[in-house]
Design a protein around this ligand. Structure first.
Ligand SMILES: Nc1ncnc2c1[nH]c(=O)n2[C@H]1C[C@H](O)[C@@H](COP(=O)(O)OP(=O)(O)OP(=O)(O)O)O1
Length: 175
């Protein structure tokens, strides 16, 4: 089974007096438009597969740096998601959020970053399961879930079948 991570950097959006942009204050989340690999063309958080010897937290920090050039710190564990394919466990994904980071997001070969107000997340351009668990993560809750896909590899072309989801979960493993 693949072990992977997702990281959702958050910031408070403040009105811009210079440009007169005075939309209501809201949080924004840094999403990426994936340029290659699994989920290509869809929005997601920065993240990817663990490398040898790496902890999930180290992986989330590395992937966020590699994909969008942001140095994230103080990651808070927000979710544990299992994706199954045709009844077999395919990917186990650790989800983090953070409000601590240095740098400005910049595009890479893998990803185009975009700050998005949390009430405008483009769920119609994301993995089908994201709309089920990401709102809770962006609201500060914790989640654990299993999301079942059917139809064979690759996972991003399989059909989303059903799921189980728990909120307000505590994680024994603080990785
Ligand atoms: N169903 C679903 N919803 C939301 N997010 C995901 C899924 N399935 C997934 O695999 N994912 C996430 C988990 C990972 O963050 C990415 C997939 O990682 P990938 O881009 O393949 O990993 P990298 O290590 O960056 O890839 P390569 O470097 O090997 O190209 O999607």
């Amino acid at each position: 089974m693949i072990e992977a991570t997702l990281c959702f950097p958050l910031r408070e959006w403040t009105p811009d007096e210079r440009t007169g942009d005075d939309r209501e204050r809201t949080d924004e989340v840094l999403l990426i438009e994936k340029r290659r690999g699994l989920g290509e063309g869809w929005y997601n958080g920065p993240g990817g597969k663990l490398e040898n010897g790496e902890t999930p937290r180290e992986c989330a920090v590395r992937e966020t740096r590699e994909e969008v050039g942001l140095a994230v710190r103080n990651l808070e564990k927000a979710g544990e998601l299992t994706f199954t394919l045709d009844g077999d466990r395919h990917t186990f994904c650790h989800v983090y959020r953070t409000r601590s980071f240095d740098g400005e997001p910049t595009p890479s070969d893998e990803a185009r970053p975009e700050w998005v107000p949390i009430d405008e997340v483009p769920y119609d351009r994301m993995w089908e399961d994201d709309r089920l668990w990401l709102p809770a993560v962006l609201e500060g809750d914790t989640v654990a879930g299993e999301f079942r896909f059917e139809g064979g590899e690759p996972l991003d072309e399989a059909d989303f079948a059903d799921h189980d989801l728990e909120r307000d979960v505590s994680f024994e493993d603080r990785s």
